[in-house]
Design a protein around this ligand. Sequence first.
Ligand code: COA
Length: 177
Amino acid sequence: MEPVEIRPETPADIEAIHRIEAAAFKNEALAELVNRLRAEGALLLSHVAVLNNEIVGHAAYSLLTITDGERVSHCPALGPIGVDPPYQGRGIGSALVRAGLDAMRDLGYGLLFLVGSPRYYPRFGFQPAQPHGFSSDYVEPGGPHEHFMVAILDERAPGGLRGHTRFHPAFAEAEAS
Ligand SMILES: CC(C)(COP(=O)(O)OP(=O)(O)OC[C@H]1O[C@@H](n2cnc3c(N)ncnc32)[C@H](O)[C@@H]1OP(=O)(O)O)[C@@H](O)C(=O)NCCC(=O)NCCS
């Protein structure tokens, strides 16, 4: 594959990010979700993939809450992630996910959550989160749960951490629109 550079977004990238997320998901609401997270200061990290000076992919990271009784913790979540359709299937999504895993580890986080395809993410080390004691609004009780995943970035994690996870409220609003 051609060399792809993964780097944090700059203000000049914002329009391209919106275009790519909307095209990848065929859904304006998910592109708006990125703007909303940014406007609320909730984008923990926003990575762009650059190929031949063109932005061809994007991945967003925000914090979710984990509630266990009275205890509330925060962990990062990946999403949305999108690659410009003409550039899909060339390893750009993989480069974004791997860079995100490294970045979250460097920031000192032990876990990274996502909701996504159980056919795609296990190759990067993501595994079903429910058996680790995490629940999600994205999992119906007794229903399939494999799409709700976690990557363990630090072998000391989860370290007793468990509970109900909730993405930033902007996710629910994007899905409702
Ligand atoms: C998912 C996505 C980010 C992957 O990026 P990419 O650059 O196409 O991925 P890569 O080239 O690194 O990897 C290609 C592999 O991903 C698989 N793949 C791509 N999209 C997938 C999906 N939605 N579900 C499952 N597998 C998927 C391909 O089948 C291919 O598998 P293979 O390596 O076994 O042949 C990109 O395809 C995309 O933007 N899709 C539309 C938006 C989306 O669905 N986002 C993620 C939600 S889970």
